[in-house]
Design a protein around this ligand. Structure first.
Ligand code: AMP
Length: 386
C-alpha cells in the first residue's frame, strides 16, 4: 500500500469487498473489474445481481459476526451498495479494515429524522418538517406543517413505501396507525416544478467532484427516467451542485452520494433526501460521463484521484421495471431494432414483479429530451405484443 498525502492507495489487483447483492453492487463490481481489481460480495443470495459477477461470494447476512469475520479475511477495503446495512456491522468492519462510506454518514441517511436534523443543522433547505413519535407530536405537526402533509416512516422507507399523504386533520391518527405508529417525519407538501438530483464524489484527500444535475421523473413514486444535464439554468445548477458538495463535506464523506431536490417554479431548491451510495439517477454516467459514478466509487474507496465528471454527451436513462414483463418476457431484439445505439443493462434478476427494478436503458443525444424520447420508444417496443 502506497500513499498520497492523507490517503491510503489500493492498487489493482487488490480485493475489494461490497456489502449487498443488488444492481448497485453489480455495477460497482463491473467498474472495479474493468480496472483490474478483484471483487468479493457479501450477500445471503448466491444468485443475486452482484453475486453473479463477483470473483467471489461470501454468503451470509451482514449482521452476522461470523460472516463479517470471514469477509474481512478475503478483502482489503469495503464499500456498501445500499443504505440499510446494519451500522453496528459497518462500525465493526471500519475498526478493522478501510470501510467507506463511514458508518456515521450511512447512519444519518438510514433515518429520516436524523437526516432532516442534519440538513437543518447545516443550513440546507428542506420541506417544512416535524418529528412524529407521539399523538402530541402528531397534533403539533398538523398545526405547524399541516393540514396537508406527508407522513413518512423515519426508517426503512424507499420508493414511496412507508408514506401516507394526509389532507384533513381528521385523517392523521388513522394515517399514523396505518404506518404502525412507528417514529415518523411529517413533511409539508412541497409544490415543485421538477425533481432533480446531484451525485457527488468526495475523495480521501477531500477532493469533491459533482456530476451535472439530473432531472428525474417518477411513476408511482419509483424513478422512471432521468435526463442529464437537467434543463435548469446555470444558477440553479450551481446551487444544487454546491449543496451536494456541502453535504459531502459536512459529513466528512468519502465515496459517492446522491442528493435529491425539489425545484420550485421560482427556482428555490429543497433537499428531499440523501442516498449514501451511487444512485439510479446516475446510471447513465456509465456511457455519458468521462468517469462513471461506479468508477468514482472505486476511486474514492481506493484513494485514487477522483475523475472528471464532464459529459461526453447529454443522455437519458429509463428504468426497466417488472411491469414490462406482464405480458411475457420482453423482446430485447425489438428494443435494439428501435434504437440500435441504446445501451441495454439487465441486472440478472429472476422474478419480475410489478415495480421491481430489472434493468435500464441509456441513450445519448445532443438534445437530452430527444435522448429521452428515443429511450422511451425503445422501451415501449420491448413489450411483447406491441
Ligand atoms: P421519497 O421517498 O421521500 O423520495 O418520496 C418519494 C416521492 O414522493 C418523491 O420523489 C416525490 O415525488 C414525492 N414527495 C415526497 N415528499 C414530498 C413532499 N414533501 N412534497 C411533495 N412531494 C413529495
Amino acid at each position: 500500500m502506497s500513499s498520497r498525502a492523507g490517503t491510503e492507495i489500493l492498487l489493482p489487483p487488490t480485493a475489494l469487498g461490497v456489502v449487498g447483492g443488488g444492481q448497485l453492487g453489480r455495477m460497482f463490481i463491473q467498474a472495479a473489474q474493468r480496472m483490474g481489481y478483484r471483487t468479493v460480495v457479501l450477500t445471503d443470495e448466491p444468485d443475486s445481481p452482484a453475486a453473479q459477477v463477483a470473483h467471489e461470494v461470501v454468503r451470509g447476512k451482514d449482521d452476522d459476526l461470523r460472516t463479517l469475520q470471514r469477509f474481512i479475511t478475503r478483502v482489503e477495503a469495503i464499500t456498501v451498495e445500499f443504505e440499510n446495512v446494519s451500522s453496528a456491522a459497518l462500525r465493526w468492519l471500519a475498526a478493522r479494515i478501510p470501510t467507506r462510506p463511514d458508518w456515521r454518514a450511512v447512519r444519518i441517511s438510514q433515518n429520516r429524522l436524523r437526516e432532516k436534523t442534519f440538513l437543518s443543522q447545516h443550513g440546507l433547505p428542506t420541506a417544512p418538517w416535524k418529528p412524529v413519535r407521539s399523538e402530541d407530536e402528531l397534533a403539533n405537526a398538523l398545526a405547524e406543517v399541516g393540514p396537508s402533509m406527508i407522513l413518512k416512516t423515519a426508517s426503512s422507507g424507499y420508493d414511496g413505501k412507508g408514506q401516507v399523504r394526509i389532507e384533513q386533520p381528521g385523517e392523521a391518527i388513522a394515517a399514523w396507525e396505518s404506518l404502525g405508529r412507528v417514529p415518523c417525519v411529517a413533511e409539508g407538501v412541497v409544490s415543485f416544478m421538477a425533481e432533480i438530483s446531484v451525485i457527488v464524489t468526495r475523495g480521501q484527500d477531500g477532493q469533491i467532484e459533482t456530476f451535472p444535475v439530473g432531472m428525474n421523473r417518477h411513476e408511482r413514486h419509483i424513478l422512471d427516467s432521468t435526463i442529464m444535464p437537467a434543463p435548469v439554468g446555470p444558477i440553479v445548477s450551481q446551487e444544487a451542485r454546491d449543496m451536494a458538495g456541502t453535504i459531502a463535506e459536512a459529513m466528512g464523506y468519502v465515496g459517492v452520494l446522491c442528493a435529491e431536490f425539489f425545484l420550485a417554479r421560482e427556482g428555490t431548491l429543497r433537499v428531499n433526501e440523501i442516498a449514501p451510495r451511487p444512485h439510479n439517477s446516475g446510471h447513465l454516467t456509465i456511457e455519458a460521463a468521462t468517469t462513471s459514478q461506479f468508477e468514482q466509487q472505486v476511486r474514492a474507496l481506493c484513494g485514487l484521484p477522483i475523475g472528471p465528471t464532464t459529459l461526453r454527451s447529454p443522455a437519458a436513462m429509463v428504468n426497466l421495471l417488472g411491469d414490462l414483463w406482464e405480458g411475457g418476457s420482453p423482446d430485447w431484439s425489438n428494443t435494439l431494432k428501435t434504437d440500435p445505439s441504446a445501451s441495454l443493462h439487465l441486472y440478472g434478476k429472476g422474478a419480475a414483479p410489478i415495480g421491481r427494478k430489472m434493468g435500464h436503458l441509456t441513450t445519448l443525444d445532443p438534445d437530452p429530451e430527444a435522448a429521452l424520447a428515443r429511450a422511451l420508444a425503445a422501451r415501449h417496443s420491448s413489450r411483447v405484443g406491441q
